[in-house]
Ligand binder design. Structure first.
Ligand SMILES: [Zn+2]
Length: 234
């Protein structure tokens, strides 16, 4: 099928919004209609060449959408499901993943089919190879992702909210709760109040930190941080 996607051909250049041929889902893969995608700092790192990825590429690893079709062997998603896209899908075969769900797996290795999947642009530039799609591929109307990269989403949240859970929420809250292991009564300093930092703040608050200090060079970021670090008023 032909879909519109934002393709990054070169670092420090704008994305090219163009028509791209998207192959149907292969074994273990799922076709998603993208509902929303966030622009994470990591996407900016790739665009500016501060982190490397094979180009051209379709980025957007923070997204959510609706399942449209599934490939052979898919059992954990079906058409119509609302899902959050995980850019670190696990192998799906570990004991903990089978027993307690994909978020409990100890391996983040995607199924083999997904690692070999690439898509091609309808109008490839001279001298360029076909675009690679990062695993979540949110900067497009549709994306094909590994089955294990689809996390069931609650109907109560809109796609823009769900998309953020694909990276900044899980990264930030996870850093506070699982990496720093913030405990009730702790004091926490968060340096940098972008998408991830704001979620570190909220993770610290959820974990019971009583003193939360936000550090940033932007007054607007600090104002936002001051808002989210406070418990909601009853
Ligand atoms: Zn991210």
């Amino acid at each position: 099928m032909r879909v519109t996607a934002a393709v990054l051909y070169d670092v420090n250049k704008p994305y090219s919004v163009e028509t791209v041929e998207l192959d149907p889902p292969k074994r273990g893969e799922v076709l998603i209609k993208v509902g929303a995608a966030g622009v994470c700092r990591s996407d900016l790192h790739f665009q500016k060449g501060e982190a490397t990825i094979a180009l051209p590429a379709v980025l957007g690893h923070e997204g959510a959408g609706t399942v449209q079709a599934v490939g052979e062997g898919v059992t954990m998603a079906k058409p119509g499901d609302r899902v959050i896209l995980s850019f670190v899908p696990n192998c799906g075969t570990a004991t903990r993943a089978r027993a307690a769900g994909p978020t409990s797996a100890t391996s983040t290795r995607a199924p083999p089919a997904s690692s070999t999947t690439t898509r091609r642009a309808c109008t490839p530039r001279p001298g360029r190879t076909a675009p690679t799609w990062a695993r979540s591929r949110g900067f497009a109307e549709y994306a094909v992702v590994p089955e294990m990269g689809c996390v069931p989403a609650p109907a109560s949240l809109d796609f823009p909210q769900l998309a953020l859970i694909g990276c900044s929420v899980t990264t930030g809250v996870g850093a506070a709760v699982f990496n720093a292991r913030v405990q009730p009564g702790d004091s926490v300093v968060v340096i940098g109040c972008g998408g991830v930092g704001l979620n570190v703040l909220q993770g610290a608050r959820l974990a019971g930190a009583t003193t939360i200090v936000a550090v940033d060079v932007k007054d607007t970021a600090l104002a936002f941080a001051d808002e989210v670090r406070r418990p909601p008023t009853p």
